[in-house]
Write a protein that binds this ligand. Structure first.
Ligand code: HEC
Length: 110
């Protein structure tokens, strides 16, 4: 009888621990979500939504006519060139990495 009670108590204790752990995880989760949403009242647009053409005008057009890159980054087989462009742009032109990506996507678009 006594042993059974101990086992039941242990089981209850274990259950309580699980419940606590679950509650803690949930609290952390919801706090993360709250922090994420409060940190970005003005969320910067996802890379995909950046306008590559506008960014090109803004960051590159003052020094490069678009013709210069007309075919280099387009079509099959241009993958390596596009990768090199992305790498090159890290230290070149005033755009951020996300903007560079949008610009590269714009230059690679047919
Ligand atoms: C302040 C002027 C200036 C701006 C702004 C600028 N560039 Fe350049 N870019 C140059 C010059 C000068 C060169 C040639 C010297 C060199 O190769 O480093 C060059 C070289 C390049 C090359 C290499 C060309 C080749 O023959 O390999 C690429 C690609 C390029 N720029 C793309 C861009 C892009 C894309 C942007 C916008 C994010 C940009 N540049 C912004 C001046 C500029």
């Amino acid at each position: 009888m006594h042993a059974r009670n101990v086992r039941l108590t242990a089981a209850g204790f274990t259950l309580a621990l699980f419940a606590l752990a679950g509650a803690a995880a949930w609290r952390v989760d919801s706090r993360k979500t709250a922090a994420a949403s409060s940190q970005s009242p003005d969320p910067s647009p996802a890379p995909r939504e950046l306008d590559g053409r506008a960014l090109y005008e803004q960051h590159c057009a003052s020094c490069h006519a678009l013709d210069e890159f007309a075919t280099t980054y387009q079509g099959p087989g241009s993958g390596v060139a596009v990768l090199e462009l992305l790498e090159f742009l890290v230290d070149h032109g005033g755009a951020t990495t996300d903007e560079d990506r949008a610009i590269a996507r714009f230059l690679a678009a047919p």
